[in-house]
Design a protein around this ligand. Sequence first.
Ligand SMILES: Cc1cc2nc3c(=O)[nH]c(=O)nc-3n(C[C@H](O)[C@H](O)[C@H](O)COP(=O)(O)O)c2cc1C
Length: 277
Amino acid sequence: MTAYEELWRARFGTDAPDGPADEDLQRLTGFLSRRSCRAFKSDPIDEPLLASLLACAQSAPSKSDLQQYSIVVIDDAAIRAAMQEWSSFDPWIAEAPLFLVFCGDLRRQRRIAALRGYEHRNDNMDAFMNTAVDAGIALATFVAAAEAVGLGCCPISVVRNHIEEACALLGLPDGVYPVAGLALGWPARQGYVSMRLPPAAVIHRNRYDDDGFEATIDGYDRARHAVYAIPPEKQRHRDKYGTADICTWSENAARQESLPERDGFRAFLLKHGFALD
Ligand SMILES: Cc1cc2nc3c(=O)[nH]c(=O)nc-3n(C[C@H](O)[C@H](O)[C@H](O)COP(=O)(O)O)c2cc1C
């Protein structure tokens, strides 16, 4: 197998189509083999490197160049310990050398409007989405930069499970909300490549097309299960649906989405300075 065929098989569980030129593949290998890291050495990340990774995150594209996000870098052990209380599943919140929280930020733009003597009249769903997208792209760019220098990352959504406490702990004012946390450190153990949906389910040419959906999902479930069988403790909502002998990716995803998660988020946003008109 060529290097590309191996990368492709690990990512999609299928034979690879034609690959890119060797010099392109060299540059893409890190992206194609990327994985979240959930075990970190205690070695610190030096400040110049951290500053450069944050500069990479700030180099990401942003809607209208408005840059409607903020990043909180947390090295205070007491704050980390308080956040760790929210999740026994993600011990790396406190254990990783650094923890960052990527936030959507409408506040700065509001203040800029006031500073320049204008009304700020973009407080609708679109404005909210722009803040979330900007924060997400900054997070993804930070991850790509960190992984390019050998660091490991794991995004953490639990900060939104305890959103009021997170805002109080991090001093997030109205108009600013956490999108996701990010554990960062030098990997103690490499993660595993998590198989993705077949490109046919995700990539569309010219027009959206989900013909063959059922067969595509079935094929993905089978390929994924052959590599990694979801153990009972990772099956979602076993109290409601029981333990499946074979719990496929789609079974688990459907179980997860069958019960509302964080359904107080809209109320939180309305209370914290978003109109969502
Ligand atoms: C917004 C966001 C939140 C996430 N939250 C968590 C989390 O709370 N705990 C965790 O272990 N992984 C979390 N992840 C990581 C995903 O589980 C992971 O990306 C996915 O399983 C695919 O695996 P991979 O990143 O290794 O390819 C999160 C990822 C994103 C993008």
